[in-house]
Design a protein around this ligand. Structure first.
Ligand code: NAP
Length: 321
């Protein structure tokens, strides 16, 4: 599709946060000409300067509030724990008819934190692109990040249908498919598909690190035996993931309880030499992997975005969702 395939859908887009997701959104918008103007704000001057230098935004503002003035689409692309304070700051300058959204990996807590600051007439529609890499920062983004992936929108009941349709069309123009669900359902689904797997990766890498009898050299040398994939996930940004676990506590604890029960079952099968039980279980899980490949949500080599992300540079420290 040519870059000018879409007319601008929004006159002025304010990106609050200019890391992996904010910068990828800028590239995706520019690819299709979705925004008349893109402006932004990040916490540090260094990030603002870099975003201007590489053309992510036309203007950088010293505060989220200044960036949000006059915007008809405001996207919070900051760690989940920062959304409350930013919403309080920008709320008074948001104009009726504007759409306020976010990209946070947790939805119920963000909705509860942001909603009280949203003035009447402003459409607040939380969102979450299920796309990411283990890189972060303004240089890590790329236009194709959302292509063929899902974005989940969790509009509170009573949200203006036209605004939801417009935000859906925006994400579709960014390359994503869109699904709508409640914030609570989102948090439960993501707890098992993303949050608990990250916790397991953090834990297993930590356990290996603690083992006195296994040297660092051996961990690196023999990492291809499954451990390597965990280390990539466990290199994810500590602040982003701290916020995810603090803000999706109930769903994560519920999924962890189920996980522990199933792990105990496997433990028992190993202890009692129950080969058929192990084989039956592993056959079932293999089918899940096939389903993911068939749905186009990964490649057989598991290098879905990594080659591209690595080429673009960016700081290591994040992994998808
Ligand atoms: P990132 O690359 O670390 O970027 C975060 C950005 O937020 C940076 O520009 C940072 O500014 C800015 N920021 C942090 N605190 C701020 C504050 N208080 N005020 C203003 N700006 C602030 O993070 P990301 O990967 O883009 O993640 C952003 C959001 O997307 C998170 O909520 C995350 O849950 C969600 N998400 C992430 C992924 C993923 O795979 N990474 C996928 C889907 C959704 P400085 O650079 O100046 O510090």
């Amino acid at each position: 599709m040519s870059p000018a395939a879409f007319a601008p859908m929004f006159e002025r887009v304010a990106l609050i946060g200019l890391g992996l997701i904010g910068s990828s959104l800028s590239h995706a918008m520019r690819r299709r000409g979705l925004a008349g103007h893109i402006v932004g704000h990040a916490r540090s001057q260094a990030t603002c300067d870099k975003a201007l230098e590489i053309g992510l935004i036309e203007q950088a503002y010293g505060s989220a509030r200044e960036a949000a003035v006059g915007a008809d689409l405001i996207i919070l692309c900051v760690p989940v724990g920062a959304c409350d304070a930013i919403a309080a700051e920008i709320g008074p300058v948001l104009t009726p008819g504007a759409i306020l959204t976010d990209v946070g990996s947790v939805k119920t807590a963000v909705a509860l934190a942001v909603q009280p600051h949203v003035p009447a007439g402003v459409h607040f529609i939380p969102g979450h692109p299920i796309a990411g890499t283990e890189h972060s920062g303004p240089e890590s983004g790329f236009a194709e990040l959302f292509d063929g992936r899902w974005t989940i929108l969790t509009p509170p009941s009573g949200t203006d249908a036209g605004a939801v349709a417009k935000l859906r069309a925006f994400w579709e123009a960014c390359g994503s498919a869109v699904e709508i669900m409640t914030a609570e359902h989102h948090d439960m689904v993501l707890a098992i598909t993303s949050h608990v797997p990250h916790l397991i990766a953090y834990n297993i890498v930590g356990t290996a690190d603690d083992l006195q009898s296994v040297t660092q050299a051996e961990v690196i040398k023999f990492s291809a035996g499954g451990f390597r994939d965990f280390t990539r996930i466990a290199a994810s940004d500590p602040v982003m993931w701290r916020d995810v676990f603090l803000n999706n506590k109930d769903a994560v604890l519920e999924m962890l309880a189920r996980f522990n029960e199933d792990l105990s079952r496997l433990q028992r099968a190993i202890r009692w030499g129950d080969g058929p039980a192990l084989e039956e279980f592993f056959t079932r899980t293999r089918a899940i992997r096939r389903g993911i490949l068939q749905a186009g949500q990964d490649t057989a080599g598991g290098e879905f975005y990594r080659a591209r992300a690595g080429k673009d540079g960016g700081e290591p420290g994040k992994s998808g969702q």
